[in-house]
Ligand binder design. Structure first.
Ligand SMILES: [Zn+2]
Length: 148
């Protein structure tokens, strides 16, 4: 049921190295307990699912390894997408279903942590022009001073 480990680097196709979080974020010893898959020559990494939440021992990668460019794109995609469901405007699963429909990919493949550069760019352009939420979730209060 789990992907075979180790995770492979999609840039050089070599096995990645399992490291602790303080190796990735050198100034964050508090992240030492987190695991990452790292390919040092490619400067590519990905975090892991937390242990004991149905994804094994904390070494199952969240998605594919990403280099700096792709990490930025994935962060931008999350920043634009997450408010759709975090605002309560749409349930999380419905928001992912909407994104999957927009991208023309199955919802089970709609994980931003697994998106490549092209899919991120496609998602970003969708999110910049469309929204599944037609009604504002919070009333827009306008200050309309009456002219005296
Ligand atoms: Zn690599």
């Amino acid at each position: 049921m789990f992907d075979s480990l180790p995770a492979f680097c999609p840039y050089c196709n070599k096995p990645a190295q399992l490291v602790s979080g303080d190796k990735i974020y050198r100034s964050r010893p508090d992240l030492k307990h987190l695991k990452f898959w790292l390919c040092e020559p490619c400067d590519a990494y990905v975090g892991c699912h937390r242990p004991n939440v149905g994804f094994g021992d904390g070494t199952r990668p969240l998605g594919s390894l990403a280099n700096a460019e792709l990490r930025t794109l994935r962060n931008q995609t999350h920043a634009k997408f997450d408010p759709i469901w975090k605002s309560g405007g749409l349930k999380r699963t419905a928001a992912y279903q909407w994104l999957a429909d927009q991208l023309g990919i199955p919802v089970k493949e709609t994980h931003i942590a697994q998106f490549n550069k092209e899919t991120c760019k496609q998602a970003l352009s969708v999110l910049e022009t469309k929204s599944p939420i037609t009604q504002p979730t919070t009333p827009i209060i306008q200050w309309n001073p009456k002219k005296s």
